[in-house]
Design a protein around this ligand. Structure first.
Ligand SMILES: Cc1cc2nc3c(=O)[nH]c(=O)nc-3n(C[C@H](O)[C@H](O)[C@H](O)COP(=O)(O)OP(=O)(O)OC[C@H]3O[C@@H](n4cnc5c(N)ncnc54)[C@H](O)[C@@H]3O)c2cc1C
Length: 598
């Protein structure tokens, strides 16, 4: 039977022992009265909801999928999804990190981060419904008019309505500058537009969980310049909302078909048709992409978190299986004489697969919680310089979290499947679902290639490496602090070495890019992985420090943490040597091939 145990001990470690989040949050006026007990109590309850309510629906959601009634255009979600959603709303969970002005509880983003990790472990497909709603909430909160905020934010905050992001069209995914959906002003209704066009692959575009769905749609105004500078953002509800907030007529946006797909079957992936649907402009005309980026950035971090969740649940199930499954004897002598064979957890390569998943999950948890804490500081610090510094770090971290976590999860879930052998490949144990579910995370919200171009081109080279150097300064500070401690050498030396190599590589790529822009495209994916490792190595070194300080406690948690850090540095980090070599190999091996030779 698949299982899921909320990783509360490790969450407490990251929150309180590694990052001291309560102290950091208390410096912020908005969270001055936060306390550790409250944080822990929320996490415990969230973990219960994830493991007891959502996890049992993961398998059935995958098997049943969603169903479209082609006559009514209504979509039915898998059995149990609606009642779980009602329980989620009744528990006040959607409102956790929302603005009290709109009915939110005003808790820090850090809390949402931890809760969402557990929800994702339990059921990624289900979690996408409230997850996207929160992104829509953030976008409208940042860019909506007062009237839009008053109409939509209280319902998105409470979870009574859900949200979507409608960007993709059949002919344009990555290149949104090509999009064709039109928005025509309505003559007698200033600020109101009729939208026509087709959107595809819209997650949670139609479903039966709530009475109204708030679509955030990218479209072109009649006078729009061509390309991405001519895109505007609109809010288009499924049911028009009257000025008093009550639902009015059905709007002309509907689901024409559902996609049949590899994973996340419980989430409705919809083809949406807009046939003169009424919408109102969000933000300024032609500046829709910038406004939408609020939702896209939140969603990118959310996708990284999905992959953290899947890595954790796959790891837990692989470990449980490896303890029980008996095959062959240990190479170094019998370990379990009372049984006909040893449990497979004795075999080195099985351990490598388990530890890979564990090191990626625990590393990702530390980085994700830190990033959430940076966002809290960016949003609420009274110190403008600190806000900017945090914003710079979040900008660099966003593509790394999206792409590095999701690539790692694909590898880690695949390893976990391998641990189960043939039993991983068949459905009974639930492992193949985690592999299938994890694959989409590398594609949506901008493919991982696009994330790498964002990192190298827009976040590093465009400002001469200034933002990245903020992180570099933190690395240097840790090296200065810990480099003298002999116990820390095994972590600090490779971290320092990688830091130097990243500086050289970034400079080299900057020079190459000046003469040939394809050099950026040729190096970017490998470069992002190198930066991902730099961030993980920094956090694994810090986690090792905490574990060393607690070594005398005799608590096996710290011994395991230290061993996982050692595994990370010995077996995963060395990948950077190959990655750097590949990044430096340049564009020629790719671009010298004539197109007709393929
Ligand atoms: C299940 C699912 C759910 C989704 N949910 C949503 C949603 O809710 N809302 C929404 O708007 N969209 C959604 N999408 C769409 C998703 O965001 C797009 O599929 C994704 O952005 C890629 O676009 P595309 O599929 O058109 O691929 P394309 O843009 O055609 O790209 C094809 C390949 O070319 C590569 N490529 C393209 N340009 C470059 C370049 N400049 N350099 C290097 N490589 C490049 C890409 O990386 C990719 O590998 C969803 C998709 C799926 C499958």
């Amino acid at each position: 039977m698949p299982r899921y145990q909320p990783p509360l001990r490790d969450l407490h470690f990251v929150l309180h022992e590694l990052l001291q989040v309560t102290d950091v949050l208390r410096q912020l006026p908005a969270h001055a009265d936060i306390d550790t007990d409250t944080l822990n109590a929320i996490l415990e309850e969230g973990g219960k909801f994830a493991s007891e309510v959502l996890f049992p629906l993961n398998r059935t959601g995958d098997e049943q999928g969603c169903a479209l009634d082609t006559a009514t255009h209504e979509v039915k979600t898998p059995q149990g999804f609606k009642s779980a959603y009602e329980a989620y709303v009744a528990g006040g969970w959607p409102a956790l990190a929302c603005d009290p002005q709109y009915g939110g509880q005003g808790l820090p983003i850090v809390v949402n981060q931890c809760i969402y990790e557990m929800l994702n472990s339990a059921n990624q497909a289900w979690t996408m419904y409230p997850g996207l709603s929160h992104g829509a909430y953030e976008c409208l909160h940042a860019h909506g008019t007062e009237q839009q905020k008053a109409l939509y934010l209280p319902k998105l905050t409470s979870g009574e309505w859900t949200g979507t992001m409608c960007l993709t069209e059949p002919h344009c995914g990555t290149d949104l500058g090509l999009l064709r959906t039109k928005a025509e002003p309505v003559a007698d209704m200033p600020g109101t537009y009729r939208l026509s066009g087709q959107k595809i692959f819209i997650s949670a575009g139609e479903h039966d969980l709530v009475p109204n769905i708030v679509h955030l749609v990218l479209a072109r105004l009649p006078d729009a310049p061509a390309g991405s500078k001519g895109i505007s953002l609109f809010v288009v509800p499924k049911f028009n909302v009257q000025p008093n907030g009550e639902l009015g007529s059905r709007n002309a946006i509907h689901c024409a078909a559902l996609e049949h797909k590899m994973g996340i079957h419980g989430n409705a992936t919809c083809q949406m048709v807009l046939d003169g649907a009424l919408g109102t402009l969000v933000g300024e005309p032609h500046k829709g992409l910038a406004a939408m980026f609020v939702m896209m950035n939140a969603a990118r971090l959310g996708v990284g978190n999905q992959s953290l969740g899947l890595t954790e649940v796959a790891y837990q199930n692989a470990v449980a299986y490896a303890r029980e499954r008996q095959q062959m004897r240990s190479l170094s002598g019998v370990k379990s004489p009372q049984t006909p064979a040893d449990p497979i957890i004795v075999h080195p390569d099985v351990r490598k697969m388990l530890l890979t998943a564990r090191a990626y999950a625990e590393g990702a948890r530390a980085v994700a919680v830190w990033c959430a804490l940076l966002i809290d500081q960016e949003l609420s610090s009274s110190d403008q310089t600190q806000r900017q510094e945090c914003a710079d770090l979040v900008a660099v971290l966003t593509p790394v979290i999206k792409a590095f976590f999701t690539d790692n999860a694909w590898e880690a879930t695949s390893h976990c499947l391998q641990v189960l052998g043939g039993h991983g490949y068949v459905r009974e144990w639930g492992m193949e679902q985690h592999v299938r579910d994890s694959r989409i995370n590398m594609i949506y919200e901008g493919t991982n290639t696009i994330q790498s171009l964002d990192l190298l081109g827009r976040k590093v080279l465009s400002d001469g490496g200034k933002r990245l150097r903020r992180f570099g300064a933190m690395v240097q500070e840790l090296i200065d602090q810990e480099g003298v401690d002999p116990q820390m050498q095994e972590f600090i030396n490779p971290l320092a070495d990688l830091g130097d190599k990243v500086t050289k590589l970034s400079t080299e790529l900057g020079f190459k890019a000046m003469s040939n822009a394809d050099e950026v495209g040729a190096a970017a994916v490998d470069y992002l992985r190198v930066i991902g490792h730099l961030v993980f190595a920094y956090f694994w070194a810090r986690m090792a420090r905490v574990a060393l300080d607690q070594a005398s406690s005799g608590d096996p948690f710290y011994a395991a943490k230290l061993h996982t850090a050692r595994f990370y540095f010995a077996k995963l980090l060395p990948e950077t040597a190959t990655l750097i070599r590949r990044a430096r190999a340049g564009a020629a091996p790719l671009m010298a091939m004539e197109e007709s030779w393929f």
